[in-house]
Design a protein around this ligand. Structure first.
Ligand code: FES
Length: 339
């Protein structure tokens, strides 16, 4: 059975299926509500029922006073909806930093020298974050680095990252030697590379190689929320083998009318081929330039767009410089350097 849940004061609505808790349904819908343990202990998910009926699906240790119960207070993680309900619950603007001991669940190649890393949190301590945010990862050896999250906040236990394995990145080299169930300390979330929920503007995402990671999180979240904004992804790389999730991008295009994408590599770009074979900075400058020129060709007027740019340095800076020179207002732009 499906029920409709409306949150107050935001008036956002989402669907609750079967016996899911109200919290689970909200997270699946991509909403960011306040919560902590997910199992009835901390009380952080408390909310107030304004209309309709809820039913307890698991016992909880957190105790409400009689007065609170009479006012309709309940725990979002421990109750489901019996028919349509209206609930008063605050949605998070800023999520406090959390420290979590995670375990490595998966480490597998995505492309040559690019790894998929999946960490799992304990059941009782899931990571609350917004799409596009990053975390700091620390290994037992003491090596630490900041990485953008590549997965959607709708799965708050299985946190994914795209790791570029370069010779001079000692953290990535050590990470590549970890085994299943090894501990990785995670602190976060960090950063404001997030969607502006209040904006109706079309969204343009410019990614270079593993800059796709935070942009994947943003796009999956936007799709989960079923936002009406049109979404265009432009994913640039030094060669087509670095478009390591092209099937996923294709599936987005098949499933969502408002999504389109362009995957660009030097053979399809009007770049200076000599510079691609030269220093990495020159190659990056050339690709950044071609990426922006392609964006301008496709979207003649960029003044309407919210633009997110992500990738290893110096791609974000070079791209932003080009966009600013084209007259794009800095308030439309968000950028992120990825490892
Ligand atoms: S999240 Fe802790 S009690 Fe619901």
């Amino acid at each position: 059975m499906a029920a409709q849940v409306q949150l107050q004061p935001s008036a956002r609505c989402f669907q609750l299926d079967g016996n899911d808790s109200v919290l689970e349904a909200a997270l699946h819908a991509g909403l960011s509500l306040n919560y902590g343990c997910s199992n009835g202990k901390c009380g952080l998910c408390r909310a107030r029922l304004i209309a309709g009926e809820v039913s307890k699906i698991r016992p909880h240790d957190f105790v409400f006073t009689e007065a609170e119960k009479n006012l309709g207070h309940f725990l979002l993680c421990s109750y489901t909806a019996v028919g349509d309900i209206v609930v008063e619950a605050a949605e998070d603007a800023m999520i406090p930093k959390q420290q979590i001991s995670t375990r490595l669940k998966k480490l597998s190649p995505l492309a040559d020298e690019i790894l998929l890393l999946q960490l799992q949190t304990p059941r009782s301590q899931r990571l609350r974050f917004l799409a596009g945010q990053s975390v700091r990862l620390r290994l037992d050896s003491g090596f630490a680095a900041r990485y953008p999250i590549a997965s959607c906040p709708c799965d708050d236990r299985n946190i994914q990252f795209h790791v570029r394995l370069t010779q001079d990145d000692e953290f990535a080299q050590q990470l590549a030697t970890l085994e299943t169930n090894d501990v990785v300390q995670l602190t976060g979330p960090i950063g404001r590379f997030i969607l502006d929920d209040s904006s109706q503007s079309p969204l343009l995402f410019l990614a270079f190689e593993t800059g796709f990671a935070p942009i994947k999180s943003l796009i999956e979240h936007a799709m989960q929320l079923e936002i009406g904004n049109s979404i265009h992804l432009q994913w640039c790389a030094v060669n087509t083998s670095r478009h390591y999730m092209r099937n996923l991008v294709r599936s987005w295009a098949d499933a969502f009318d408002n999504f389109s994408s362009t995957l660009l590599a030097p053979d399809g770009l009007e770049t200076d081929q000599r510079s691609i074979g030269g220093s990495p900075e020159l190659a990056c400058a050339s690709i950044a330039g071609a990426c922006v020129e392609h964006a301008v060709e496709q979207h003649t007027d960029l003044s309407d767009y919210d633009i997110h740019v992500a990738g290893p340095a110096p791609f974000p800076k070079l791209t932003l410089d080009r966009l600013r020179r084209l007259g794009v207002d800095k308030r439309q732009l968000k950028s992120l350097n990825t490892p």
